[in-house]
Design a binder for this molecule. Sequence first.
Ligand code: MRU
Length: 371
Amino acid sequence: MKINGVHYRTIWAEADGRVAIIDQTQLPHRFTIQTLKTLDDAATAICDMQVRGAPLIGATAAYGVCLALRQDSSDDHLAHAITQLAATRPTAINLRWALEQMRHALQNCPPAQRVDQAYQRAAALCEDDVAVCAAIGQYGLELIQGIAARKPAGQPVNILTHCNAGWLATVDWGTATAPIYQAHEAGIPIHVWVDETRPRNQGAALTAFELGHHGVNHTLIVDNAGGHLMQHGLVDLCIVGTDRTTASGDVANKIGTYLKALAAKDNGVPFYVALPSTTIDWTLDDGVRDIPIEQRAAEEVLWVNGQTADGSLTSVQIAPDITPAANYGFDVTPARLISGLITERGIATASRAGLQSLFPKPTTVDQPASY
Ligand code: MRU
């Protein structure tokens, strides 16, 4: 996608093997490219959320293995790198998937050839991600076209999204935003309600940033506004992303997604989840019981980052010094609340039968997602 008319991906390898990322902790106020040189740099970028979003976490981990092997291409160091990267964030399954892809490609490769092989594999994972997100966009576009056709001519389709499942969360296009961008390109009038997404404000900082740069009409709302908007007929469709979806269609996504799905159900608003098949955890069934939910530092709840009137970046404390805070990063929306799963192979019902109808052979390390 474009920033000031220039096309960017969220991650790429430089000619000298170092890895470039857009530092998302600086957005929307500073557009900063950061260079990762070592395994530790890659692990820190994921932990500190300079890169975030399930598919981009996976892509960064794949390049983290490349950086590790540049330092030491032995079997032991390969195993160490995979263990270190796998521990960075617990909920997004794409992280584990990408690391298993890398292990599979590299474990029987002679150490002298590993570095080249690793960069090729990481680049292929990124290309796959772009193609998969574009395909999700095409299927989601059909959904939006159907809604647009039922609205009075010229009236925008109002889409609510939570967190950032945009191009900043993937290599390009995004998952939840891919249908939005494709509808916008197709000339369908679109308006997006952007949940701010406390505590880290991925909606305010990232989704608003990328929609704005792409010229998509949007409005930022506080996290609790969605139910009110749905009661008043101001939301035609919800589309969100996911960090892990079980084989039975339960969806883990950014904290607060479940409450939006409940409000959507109560108001008859269709609630869709956009995902690459690499986000499906075929080993799990009951998402509420089995998906690990990341808990992050209390400071993210107690402090808010922003820009002052003079343009400097700062943090301010918003609760008393003695207040304890809990910071659950994700929640699980049960399949019964989900209208459909928009994948690279089409839209499935949120159920085992629905997913299996599109993916009769579950995605494995031997058989990466195809589209
Ligand atoms: O904590 P984050 O910012 O990594 O959470 C991101 C999300 O919850 C996204 O919705 C999800 O990863 C899907 S990204 C295409």
